[in-house]
Design a protein around this ligand. Structure first.
Ligand SMILES: Nc1ncnc2c1ncn2[C@@H]1O[C@H](COP(=O)(O)OP(=O)(O)OP(=O)(O)O)[C@@H](O)[C@H]1O
Ligand SMILES: [Mg+2]
Length: 261
C-alpha cells in the first residue's frame, strides 16, 4: 500500500509479562489513505485504544512497524518529530486525563494554536474562541477549567485542541461518547467537512451508527486482532464474521441522518 498516508504492519503490543501478559494488539495491519475515514470497532478491551495510541506515536509496538509516508515512525527517539508532530493529532478517549486541569478551555486550545503556528496571544485567543464556538463551546464555557466542564464539553475541547494544529490525520478515540445527539450530529458534520477538505480520520467508536455515518472503511477488532475489514457499507450490509454480525445486530434502533448516511 504505497499510497497510504499511514500504515501499520503486523503490529503487536503486549502489556506485562509471563502469566500476566496481556496481548492487547496481535499482528494487526491497517492503512489509511489521504482524505479517507476509517473506523475501528470492537467490544471493550479488544485493543482499540492501544492500537490508536500506536498510530499516534504514543505506544511503541513490541513487534511490527508504523509507516508515515515512507518513514518508520518508531525507528529512533520520539515518534513524529518536527513538523510531523503537528500533522498527526489524537483525541483521547478520556479527555479529563488528557487536559491540563489548571488551565481553561480557551488557554488549552490557545496554547496548541501558538505551539503549532506563529500567532500573537490575542490572535491565538481569537482563533481558539472561533474553533471552540464551532464545537459548540460558548465563550463563557471557554473560560472554565476541565473540572468545571461537562464530559461532553471536555470532549469537544479536546477535539478543538487537536484540530487547532491543522493535522493531516486525526486519530479520534470515542470522540462522541459523552455528547448528546445534537452535539454529536454537529461534530460529525464538522468531521465530514474536514474530510472534504482532505483530512484523514481514524475513528474509534462503540457507536456503529457513527462509524457508518462517517467512515468509508472499517476494521472489526476482537481480542487484539482484526476479524474482518472492508468497505463500511459492505461490512454493514453483509457481515462475514459471526462477531461482526453480533455487533451489528446489537445496534440500537436509532440511525443518524445526514449527508453521509
Ligand atoms: N497500560 C496498560 N497496561 C496494562 N494493560 C493494559 C494497558 N492498556 C491497556 N491494557 C489492556 O489491554 C487490553 C486492550 O485495552 P484497550 O484500552 O486498548 O481496549 P479498548 O478496545 O480501547 O477498550 P474500551 O472499548 O473499553 O475503551 C485490555 O485488556 C486492557 O486491560
Ligand atoms: Mg478504548
Amino acid at each position: 500500500m504505497s499510497d497510504a498516508l499511514i500504515e501499520a504492519r503486523e503490529v503487536c503490543v503486549t502489556f506485562g509479562s509471563g502469566s500476566r501478559a496481556v496481548r492487547a494488539v496481535r499482528d494487526v495491519s491497517l492503512h489509511i489513505m489521504a482524505g479517507e475515514a476509517i473506523g475501528i470497532v470492537g467490544e471493550s478491551g479488544s485493543g482499540k485504544s492501544t492500537l490508536a495510541r500506536v498510530l499516534a506515536g504514543l505506544q511503541r509496538p513490541d513487534k511490527g512497524e508504523v509507516l508515515f509516508g515512507d518513514e518508520s515512525i518508531y525507528q529512533r527517539g520520539r515518534a513524529y518529530r518536527g513538523e510531523k508532530r503537528r500533522l498527526v493529532q489524537m483525541v483521547f478517549q478520556d479527555p479529563y486525563g488528557s487536559l491540563n486541569p489548571r488551565i481553561t478551555a480557551l488557554s488549552t486550545v490557545a496554547e496548541a494554536v501558538r505551539f503549532h503556528g506563529e500567532h500573537s496571544r490575542s490572535e491565538a485567543n481569537r482563533l481558539s474562541l472561533e474553533l471552540l464556538g464551532q464545537m459548540g463551546v460558548s465563550e463563557r464555557d471557554a473560560g472554565k477549567k476541565p473540572r468545571q466542564l461537562s464530559g461532553g464539553q471536555r470532549q469537544r475541547v479536546s477535539v478543538a485542541r487537536a484540530l487547532s494544529a491543522h493535522p493531516e490525520i486525526l486519530i479520534a478515540d470515542e470522540p462522541t461518547s459523552a455528547i448528546d445527539q445534537s452535539a454529536q450530529a454537529q461534530l460529525l458534520n464538522l468531521f465530514q467537512g474536514l474530510l472534504g477538505d482532505g483530512l484523514s480520520i481514524a475513528l474509534v467508536s462503540h457507536d456503529l451508527g457513527v462509524i457508518r455515518y462517517l467512515t468509508n472503511r472499517v476494521y472489526v477488532m476482537k481480542d487484539g486482532a482484526f476479524v474482518e475489514s472492508g468497505l463500511t457499507q459492505e461490512v454493514f450490509e453483509n457481515p462475514q464474521h459471526a462477531y461482526t454480525k453480533q455487533l451489528i445486530a446489537s445496534i440500537p434502533g436509532r440511525h443518524l441522518q445526514g449527508a453521509g448516511a
